[in-house]
Design a binder for this molecule. Sequence first.
Ligand code: AMX
Length: 437
Amino acid sequence: MSQLKEKLQEKIQAHRPRITRLTKEFGSVVIDKVDIGQCIGGARDIRCLVTDISYLDPQEGIRFRGKTIPETFEALPKAAGSEYPTVESFWYFLLTGEVPTPDQVKAVEAEFKVRQQVPEYVYTALRALPRDSHPMVMLSVAIMTMQKESKFCGFYNSGKFNKMDAWEYVYEDASDIVARIPVVAAFIYNLKYRGDKQVAIDQNLDMGANFAHMIGQSDQYKDVARMYFILHSDHESGNVSAHTTHLVHSALSDPYYAYAAGLNGLAGPLHGLANQEVLGWIMDFQKKLNGAEPTKENVTKALWDTLNAGQVVPGYGHAVLRKTDPRYTAQREFCLKTPGLKEDPLFKLVAMIFETAPGVLTEHGKTKNPWPNVDAQSGVIQWYYGVKEWDFYTVLFGVGRALGCMANITWDRGLGYAIERPKSVTTDMLEKWAAEG
Ligand code: AMX
């Protein structure tokens, strides 16, 4: 058993009695109530999911295992010669809640080197798809294609399945998916945008650095990849991708089925696809400017044109957050400290939208949160480094989100969480309860 798996086993075993006690002794303690607005309105804010991987405070933003984004970056061992941690060290941290030692990180890196070999048939399947398929379709298909590798499914079918050990097989699948997904994403990028010019894995590089290498990027992009995958990893359990993955896995569908489903949710424009939409919005706006400088006035007009056409401003608003997303801030700070990037015209335009949009959205009066979310800033960095194919941006999100979703379902099985099955009601029932007050 690997060091990480052993540590995880220790953590899961120590945690199990807490869940048993809460269920047996305090199962009927009320922690929330549901009104008609929430029932019709997408179950907003109803407390009915549990995870210890991350927590999202509406004012403060995300904490991974109790740490804010700056605290997380500060605490974790860094990649050689970099201010940023490796994705491997973050994976250890997400799974166990403990900051790994450099040796523990090395062990995860070595484990991923073995796991990251993608079966050749995945590439055959991807090459058989129409080349103009959306890259999120390709990513989802690649994950589904690998389902036959599932160790969890094998364990379930073995006749020896038991609830106590099931997490070990989820861990195996989850680790394989996390190790392989950046390799698959790089293959998709090269297939779609670089004439199928494929680049072999560099066994000496950590996950983020290897991704940069495989898509033909510069050394500077290694930190972009590390930062990007970590920032996009997890946003507690209620968002569409995390919730879908959890829901599908709750039926004991294996991690491949579950994460392909999560990715399909991430591909929605109100969720992960918003980062692609932001770039599309900006490009349309620049076309209309016809060479003129962006100003507060013309940005304000463009925002109102979007709103008056009944569309949402992509990259703004959030179902939980009520302040600027710290994932936006982390990327903005990266731009401000990177020579060249802070003078970049696209960064300046995004900064101008940041100055303008909250006021316009507040005046518009609909959104509960006029502040930017993660997607408002992420495309700028990619664009600057030459990743200009913006329909690929959600794939980058999907590589990062695998970390959170896979950590979560490993723990779901470790703690034996039940199949998810909320109750629906009819409109007649709602009207009756409404009349009764
Ligand atoms: N522009 C215009 N209108 C907006 C808006 C925006 N950015 N954000 C919310 N609104 C509108 C909603 O469409 C809704 O209008 P309606 O009453 O006519 O249906 C109203 O404001 C109230 O919505 P809300 O309670 O503030 O937001 P929500 O929880 O229903 O939705 C979200 C949250 C993210 C889907 C929404 O803010 C949105 O559509 N934003 C733009 C798309 C985006 O950036 N998505 C990425 C989110 C982060 C992520 O998952 N990657």
